[in-house]
Design a protein around this ligand. Structure first.
Ligand SMILES: [Zn+2]
Length: 366
């Protein structure tokens, strides 16, 4: 389940029971976002014949179908009841923006490195335990509920992995070595996996209920009388898409907005993507309250969220491709570390330094 953070037993609504998956946008929603993004990515590469050739495997029907399938993989991990996997995977599907506040953080001030983010929260909790929301570790065996979520960090980590996977395809394409056909096949499979994985995270972020503590109905103070039904999450993920027949085929001719991101460090762009979704939490609850969610305004709303997810994803695909150019050194390094049987430099002997000793080490990424 997404956000399995409240362990109290609650009666599942009839809506919930109709939707056994309960996994963010359901696989259909994640596939839709992936396919829309691949269309937009192909469009961005249209004038780059070399890229279009090297990525032909992505855009052919089988590649598209595989990437779309992979966009459901992080949710399938949730079905495995292994503490370590749940501990790592579950909180990567969301960030509850309001819950940053007791830790003295906001979306724009969270540290971009995962461990520094955790450290900041642990320090805040130690110094000001009285500010923290109640947390009971006895009912949270996988310890997934103590912190507000890691979605932005997961998005960045998988963005980096997509760059690496793209680069490896480019290295192997540059080598043009028939003996490396299996390596190229594996490298391409990795690209399809990471295209899908990143799609899942960016798609989750576009679902407003993945950015808020009100993820399964409104909690705590509720002056607007928004729904408290825990089935609301699954209703958005699945039922509403069905009501409005939202699918790739229904949306493929709609224009996506153009989002520009920093290919070297899209952290801010990822946070902006989360913020756009978070800004829609109240409007979403208001649409439910008025009954408009099942009418045209609701269709436009959900379509816009899916479209924003696809537009952001296409921008990240294109940026990752641009950042993945393989230099001659990348090719040489690959051969050197791959060919274990050939002579390799003796690491015990002094080697020329790749940067002069008087030049400072590169600053860590912001
Ligand atoms: Zn998810």
């Amino acid at each position: 389940m997404p956000h399995t953070r409240t362990s109290r037993v609650v009666a599942l609504s009839a809506i919930c029971m109709l939707s056994p998956t309960l996994l963010a946008w359901d696989a259909h929603g994640h596939r839709t976002i992936t396919l829309l993004a691949l269309d937009a990515f192909a469009e961005k590469l249209k004038t780059d014949s070399a890229a279009s050739r090297e990525l032909a495997f992505v855009f052919e029907p089988s590649g598209r179908a595989q990437a779309a399938y992979q966009s459901g993989e992080p949710d399938r991990y949730r079905a495995i009841r292994l503490g370590q996997l749940r501990h790592e995977n579950d909180p990567e599907h969301y960030i509850d923006v309001e819950d940053l506040e007791p830790f003295g953080l906001t979306l724009s001030t969270i540290p971009p490195l995962r461990t520094e983010y955790i450290r900041a929260m642990v320090v805040a909790k130690h110094e000001h335990p009285e500010l923290m929301r109640p947390y009971n570790e006895k009912t949270d065996t996988a310890r997934t509920q103590e912190f507000p979520g890691f979605l932005p960090h997961a998005a960045m980590e998988h963005y980096g992995k997509l760059i690496s996977s793209f680069r490896q395809v480019r290295v192997l394409e540059a080598l043009k070595d028939p003996a490396r056909a299996d390596q190229l096949a594996a490298a391409r499979a990795n690209v399809l996996y990471e295209l899908g994985y990143l799609s899942h995270i960016i798609g989750d972020a576009a679902q407003p209920l993945h950015t808020t503590r009100h993820h399964h109905g409104w909690v705590d103070d509720n002056p607007d009388g928004f729904t408290t039904n825990r089935g609301f999450h699954a209703y958005i993920d699945t039922t509403v898409l069905g009501i409005h027949a939202l699918s790739y085929d229904a949306m493929k001719t709609l224009p996506l907005s153009t989002i520009t991101i920093d290919k070297n460090d899209p952290w801010k762009n990822v946070l902006e993507h989360v913020q756009r979704s978070f800004d829609q939490v109240r409007p979403l609850y208001a649409l439910q309250k008025s009954g408009d969610l099942e009418k045209e305004p609701g269709k436009a709303f959900i379509q816009a969220r899916l479209g924003d997810g696809a537009a952001m994803l296409a921008a990240m695909y294109a940026a990752a491709w641009q950042a993945s150019a393989a230099s001659e050194k990348d090719v040489k390094d690959f051969i050197m570390y791959d060919q274990v049987s050939s002579p390799t430099p003796n690491p015990m002997e002094p080697r020329p330094q790749s940067r002069p000793a008087d030049q400072p080490a590169p600053a860590p990424a912001k």
